[in-house]
Design a protein around this ligand. Structure first.
Ligand code: DAH
Length: 345
């Protein structure tokens, strides 16, 4: 009997020793010490022994039970520790760094332009991208027969016909004037929409920045001064400007503003044997925005007395400015979300 008991003990200890985790150790506890376990069974079998054999057998079986229990407990403790250690965070390991994001080049350009005007005392104002015909056109003195009001040139919302996606940021001029009294200087950044076929220089959505200054003696020379500071800050101190007569229904007089070409410096001549500059086409000038003195009709439309107030306005395309500033060849690059392009800014 002694040998049989020894064999059970040796086998049990070997099994416990090679068990790797808590689950298999628990299974072994049941196998040997459970209600129908091998050691428990030995106690039951004692009933078959003679009265003389019983005491010794009891001592031996108890000893086996204790050895197996101790071995199981020791191994279980070690296994729990190992499992806990697996879940524990090692604070001394290097962290997993998320890839840092960047501000989109268009947003960077909007921020840069706005900060020039904010430094001149302008306030940033925004308006809705879904507009009414009234604010997008009528309030700005854009007549019914104007081509920009055609369905080919403006996105009308199907459901109502009354609403459209604003085709410029100018409607915010009228919205702001209706709610505020002069004097004020505002700058209005935002998205605008036109159903243009997409190509290297056209996108159905792009960004504009509108400016509006109204007071009791605002002059054309104020417009020139403000825009000159803007152009020099954005494109460099040596940048020159010129104003060409133009027409916009909401300004009178109106002017288109050019800056001296930032590639050839206004010379018009190309590099490396090219006779003409590739950016300005030899003209020496690049158009950057539209502007003018606010049309008295616009003042009347918003309830101002045109005899008492004057003002100037201007509007520019942000993508165009960014394209010039960074020498980008295709407007679509801004909207494709290719990080290889975006990472460069
Ligand atoms: N709204 C014009 C456009 O989208 C741009 C513009 C021109 C705005 C002259 C102005 C301005 O405020 O005075 O083409």
């Amino acid at each position: 009997m002694r040998e049989e008991l020894k064999k059970i003990e040796t086998e049990a200890l070997a099994e416990i020793n090679s068990a790797g985790d808590k689950t298999s150790l628990e299974a072994l506890r049941i196998k040997y010490l459970g209600r129908k376990g091998i050691v428990t069974d030995l106690f039951k079998k004692m009933a078959l022994l003679s009265a003389a054999e019983k005491p010794e057998a009891g001592v031996l079986i108890n000893a086996i039970k204790n050895t197996i229990t101790a071995s199981l407990d020791g191994k279980l403790g070690a296994a729990s520790q190992a499992e806990e250690a697996k879940d524990r965070i090692d604070v001394t390991l290097p962290g997993v760094a998320g890839a840092p994001g960047k501000i989109h080049p268009i947003t960077q350009t909007v921020n840069e332009i706005c900060s020039v005007f904010v430094s001149l005392g302008f306030k940033i104002v925004e308006g809705p991208e879904i507009e009414t015909e009234h604010y997008n056109f009528e309030a700005l003195n854009i007549p019914l027969e104007h081509p920009s009001r055609d369905a080919f040139d403006t996105f009308y919302l199907k459901s109502t016909e009354k609403y459209l996606l604003r085709s410029h940021t100018s409607p915010v001029q009228a919205r702001f004037m209706e709610k505020n009294k002069p004097p004020f200087s505002i700058i209005v950044p935002g998205r605008v929409y036109r159903p243009d076929a997409t190509d290297a220089s056209h996108s159905f959505m792009f960004h504009q920045i509108e400016g509006l200054v109204v007071g009791d003696s605002i002059k054309f020379s104020d417009l020139k001064g403000v825009l000159e500071i803007f152009a020099k800050q954005l494109f460099g101190k040596s940048t020159r400007m010129r104003f060409r007569p133009s027409f916009f229904p909401f300004t009178e007089p109106s002017a288109e503003v050019d800056i001296s070409c930032i590639l050839c410096g206004g010379q018009g001549s190309g590099t490396k044997g090219h006779s003409r500059c590739s950016l300005c086409g030899g003209k020496g000038w690049i158009e950057i925005l539209g502007s003018g003195m606010v049309n008295p009709k616009v003042f009347k439309n918003v309830g101002y007395d045109p005899e008492k107030v004057t003002g100037f306005a201007f509007g520019m395309g942000v993508e165009r400015i960014a394209i010039l500033k960074y020498g980008i060849s295709d407007i679509r690059l801004f909207f494709e979300n290719d990080v290889r392009f975006l990472r460069q800014f």
